[in-house]
Design a protein. Structure first.
Length: 268
């Protein structure tokens, strides 16, 4: 088992829900990101997602779009994000790290070169927002060779037949997008999440993580019992934006913020 699979197994054994935390690599600068990741782990994050900044995101709300803009303005590219993961690994060999981005970045580097560099840096898996499962075979085969997971998203509008196709190709976990819209939207309700999660479970035994619209301990508490874990991103990225002129404050701010979420989930 890789780090992601080991962490999920440990959480299941302990009857705990996973807390997945997202930040954009290179936001507000490359030097801050690894420190921010350590802050998230210290606060209680179980799994980390590092966004690969991209100029034309399709599913991101304004906060994450702006975080990509800041990272790109600071000169961050895919190689730099991989270097950030490698720096994080100097102090943390256990916490799973996933990259989340758009296919364009990985195609430009070349699949084999990317997978080799990612595995060497300490990446455990990949979420590619705009990769159709039918077109994933080449990348997935290379990732399997290096023990990396390829994680797919399922939306409220995904048909049962489509879920079956996705489930056959997915590994690590299924990322369930809990609402119709972009990251950070304010209209998340728990109505229907349990039903949708049950629908996905008909096709897979993989864990199901729920994201999009989870901004607080209260929201996380409502969603976490319905799945295997929750994903939080926009609220963390907004904290980083707030402190962008004093980046030395970011690790502690994220640690406090994620600790509040972790404590709320565990108290439930």
């Amino acid at each position: 088992m890789n780090r992601l699979q080991q962490r999920i197994a440990a959480l299941r054994s302990a009857h705990r829900k996973a807390l997945v935390a997202f930040v954009t690599g290179g936001d507000p600068d490359k030097a801050t990101t690894a420190k921010a990741l350590h802050g998230l782990v210290a606060g209680g994050a179980d799994i980390l997602e590092v966004g690969v900044p991209f100029s034309d995101p399709e599913a991101e709300g304004p906060a994450i779009q702006k975080s990509s803009e800041r990272a790109l303005a600071a000169g961050t590219r895919l190689n730099d994000v991989l270097d950030i993961v490698a720096e994080f690994r100097l102090r943390d060999a256990a916490t799973p790290v996933l990259l989340m981005g758009y296919l364009n970045s990985f195609e430009r580097m070349g699949y084999r070169a990317f997978v080799e560099h990612a595995a060497s840096a300490g990446v455990d898996g990949l979420i590619v927002v705009n990769l159709p499962p039918e077109e994933s075979d080449e990348l997935h085969a290379l990732m399997r060779e290096r023990g990396l997971d390829l994680i797919f998203l399922v939306a409220p509008t995904t048909t049962p037949g489509r879920i079956e196709v996705i489930a056959k190709r997915a590994s690590g976990f299924i990322y369930y997008v809990a609402l119709r819209g972009i990251t950070g939207a304010d209209h998340l309700t728990t109505d229907g999440i349990a039903e949708q999660v049950a629908r996905i479970r008909q096709w897979t035994s993989l864990p199901i993580m729920v994201g999009f619209g989870i901004k607080s301990g209260a929201t996380a508490c409502r969603v976490a019992p319905l799945a295997d874990g929750v994903v939080m991103g926009t609220a963390l990225v907004t904290t980083m934006e707030h402190h962008r002129d004093q980046p030395e404050l970011i690790p502690d701010a994220l640690q406090s913020q994620i600790h509040e979420i972790r404590s709320a989930i565990d108290r439930r």
